[in-house]
Structures are given as C-alpha cells and as structure tokens.
Design a protein around this ligand. Sequence first.
Ligand SMILES: Cc1cc2nc3c(=O)[nH]c(=O)nc-3n(C[C@H](O)[C@H](O)[C@H](O)COP(=O)(O)OP(=O)(O)OC[C@H]3O[C@@H](n4cnc5c(N)ncnc54)[C@H](O)[C@@H]3O)c2cc1C
Length: 507
Amino acid sequence: MTGEAGTYDVIVVGGGVNGTGIAMDAAGRGLKVLLCEMNDLASATSSRSSKLIHGGLRYLEHYEFRLVRQALAEREALLANAPHIMWPLRFRLPHQPHLRPAWMIRAGLFLYDHLAKRERLPGSRSVTFTSDDPLKPGITRGFEYSDGWVDDARLVVLTARKAEDLGATILTRTRCVRAERGSDTWQVTLQDTCTGDSRVVHTRALVNAAGPWVSSLFGSTMDQQPPRMIRMVKGSHIVVPRLNRDSEAYILQNEDERIVFVIPYEDHFSLVGTTDVDYEGNPAEATISDEETDYLMAIVNHYFRHQLTPEDVVWSYSGVRPLMDDEEGSAQKASRDYSFEVDAPDGKTPLLSVFGGKLTTFRKLSEAATDRLCQFFPSAGGHWTRTAVLPGGDFDDHPQLQAALQKRYPWLPELLVSRLVRCYGTDSYRLLGASESLDDLGQHFLGTLYQREVQYLVRHEWAVTAEDILWRRTKQGLYATRRDVETLDRWLQSQQELTGLRHATPG
Ligand SMILES: Cc1cc2nc3c(=O)[nH]c(=O)nc-3n(C[C@H](O)[C@H](O)[C@H](O)COP(=O)(O)OP(=O)(O)OC[C@H]3O[C@@H](n4cnc5c(N)ncnc54)[C@H](O)[C@@H]3O)c2cc1C
C-alpha cells in the first residue's frame, strides 16, 4: 500500500488463529502484509483446542461478563461466515444437586441466553434423561443450551487463504529469528526452517502473535525484556469411540468445580476434554500425562454407562493456552480474555503484541489489533470482517450442498461427500474439478483420502507433510496406520522433488 517495493506495512509473526486473523484484517484494509509461521499453520495452540465457539458458561462464575458477552455475540457472526467448518452444537448438562444448585444453573443459563443477541441458536431449557441417553440410570434431570463447534485448524488455514486472496504473503516453515528497530522500519530476519536459508525483509509495523511464545520472542529476536509475561496452561483431550448417541454434546461438572466436555467427533468418535495444568516446557512438546488421562476418564465414567479404560483412547493431544498472567490462584481461574501491548517509542515503527485470547474472539481481537495498527496508517480502510465469508463458506445449508455435490458427482462415496462439505464447502467443486469417476481422484491413500485432495492441499493450503494433511487439513489421521503415514510422506517427498510443489518462498 505505502512506500517502496519490498517494504511491508505489517509483518505478523505467528500463524495461529490470531496471527492469520490480523493478517487477513490488515490485508483487507489495503495494507501490505507478510505473515511468517515457523512450522505449519495452526501447528501450535490453534489446532489443539476444544474446538468450541462459545461464550464460556463457566466464565460467568468468575464474573467475566465482558468476555462472555463479546464471545456470545461473535458466535453467530462466525457461524454465518464459515458454515462448512462451524455449526451449532446443543449441550446437555446433567444435574448433580450437590455440585451446583439448579437455581444457580438456571440463572447462569438465563444470562447466557440473554447477554447477547441470538438469532440462529435456540435458547436453553430443562430436560429429562431417559434410557435412550448414554448416562447412568440415576441421572435423570438436567439442562440443555446452545453453542457452536469449529474445526480450529481449518479455521486458521481458511483465514490465511482469505488473507492471501487479499494480497498477503503467507510463509510457512519460516521462523522470525531477528527483529531490529530502525528509524523508519523494522529489519526482520526470516529463516526457512527446511533449508536453513535466511533473508532480510523490512516492515513499518511488526506484530507479535506468537501465542505461547509471545513473551519469549522478545528475548530471542529483539534482545528485549517482554512488557508482560503469560501464564502457560496445558490442556489435554482424549478421543475415544463414540459415546454420544446423537449430535448432542455433554458438559459434565466435576467435584473440583471444573467442567469437562464430551463432544461428538468425526463420525465415529467422541472428544473428551479438557484439563488445566500449569506448564513450563516447550509449548510445541506438550503431551498428555497419565494423570490427565485418568482424570478425564474418571469424569466420563462417573456419568456414562459405558466405562472407559485406557485401551479406549484412540488419540490424545495437548495444547498450551497463552493466558494473560493475572496471578489468579488456580490455572482454571486465569482469565481467557486478551490484551495488547503497543510499543512505538518514536511515534512510528510500532510493535504490537497479543496476549491471551480465544478462538471464539479471534475476529474481534484481530479487528481491535488492526485498529491499533491503523493509527500508523491513516489511509487504511475500516472494519470489514464481520460479514466476511471464508473460502468455501458461501452457502447456507449442509444437506443441500451435499445433495448438489452428490448429484454432480454421483459416484462419490457418501462419507467422502459429507467430509468434503465439512472441510471445503463450495470449494469442493474446485477440488473435484472435472473428475468423472473415483479413478480420476488418483491414488487412494487411506480412509476417504485420495491423491486429488492431497494435491489440492499442497497447492492451495500450504500442506507439506503427511502430518499437515492427516491431522490439520483433515482428521484422516484417526484412520491411518503407520504404513499409511509413511506412504503418504514418501509420495509427498517424491512430488516435491519432481515438481518443487512446496508453496513458493517469494524471492
Ligand atoms: C486445551 C485448549 C482448549 C481450548 N479450547 C478453546 C475453545 O473451545 N474455544 C475457544 O474459543 N478457545 C479455546 N482455546 C483457546 C485457543 O485455542 C487459543 O486462544 C488460540 O488458539 C491461540 O491462538 P494464537 O494464534 O494466539 O496462538 P498459536 O495458535 O499458538 O499460534 C502462535 C504461532 O506462532 C508461531 N511462532 C512462534 N514463534 C515464532 C517465530 N519466532 N517465528 C514464526 N512463527 C512463530 C508458532 O509456531 C504458532 O503456530 C483452547 C486452548 C487450549 C490450549
């Protein structure tokens, strides 16, 4: 937008939901943007969440009304902008009188229903459980309310795609190793983590959206003390064979005042989480402990007829929440709100750092962050993201799109059609192109994954490794054997050698 070629207006460090959100918003306002991510998009916290678009019922107990109101208001905007990767989810809350009294839950749900405008989602109500429910026979009463579900990793990738469509440069496998403030610009050194090659780029504003690395980035790249610290809190999930009978999720209260979700997951599974454990290691290396697995299984086993054992755990993952360090006692009580630090000592060359946040509030956070940046770019545009549809999200109704795709490609297996709609929405047409039979989809790797989709992910979604494809662009990893993974990785490598298909690094 401004100035000489080669100098960016904004460089964003971090390809999680907040970094890509800011890159998209800023690019849409006409700024020249580059985003660097040291690994794959969403490879850290943003693919390891509970995947809920929610106000956070339990935050009401901590009087976080501002956060809950803002998050509730965001739910419907997000659901409208990306209906392929997000959808409404109904939660059932079994009532245990000795934990929270019914009046308290009713009051909380009343607030939850009314704190923000709600058009798409039905309100809460009392429910009676019967033998059709998977709960133990003694559990007969409870409540129901609405929130939303999101494929967190795909949210990040599609936000990055939208940013790229608007002119942003997205560099994955590119680490910011040095950032030095000059009189007019930042000089930023980027290193390709595959080849080790470095290059220097210049920018008028720098954004630190490094999530759990936000504080350490100050020391590692700028030789500076961070203006504030974050509190790293690990949360883990287990995936088990389907416990939910239908499309409803469960929210289970525990004796320690925590809650645990049991969410229908990927056709055949349930996702159970999460925990809250203070964490000090490398955020990229967080894994579930035996205690966390036992904790999650014990809560499920308290409520559900089916009794889980460690053998039921098909997959687990852990993420590190980069929370604002408000020195609250327990990890679960630390605020999930966000804040910014803007450092611009010379009245220009600003550094904006993001602390905290939630998936649910990423659009609002990105808008507010870009507003702060735009103080330094007076000719930049105004707010635009509230109704911005993400790639593939230009439709209203899943069954309708599924039927239309099935009509156009009658030979497609039903499971594959429904997965394509949930991953790519209307971009499924682009992915399938002129294919006329299953053979046209090329090599079958595993589950419902064929060569044509893999090629699409490499070309259009920055996928490089089997892990990118099996765990972040899709969840086909749930069905993959070790041999499947090796075969896919070998195929990807051979293609990269053959065609240099890796997303190009700009010269
Ligand atoms: C267990 C758990 C459950 C959660 N559940 C929910 C939920 O249900 N709903 C909800 O709304 N929120 C939820 N959250 C919160 C939400 O996931 C996070 O707030 C959000 O993902 C943080 O995104 P981020 O972009 O700030 O960080 P990240 O996703 O961690 O992104 C930061 C990125 O910066 C990159 N990076 C770091 N240093 C460098 C460098 N030097 N150069 C280049 N790149 C760098 C990292 O590789 C990383 O990808 C949950 C979080 C956890 C951990």
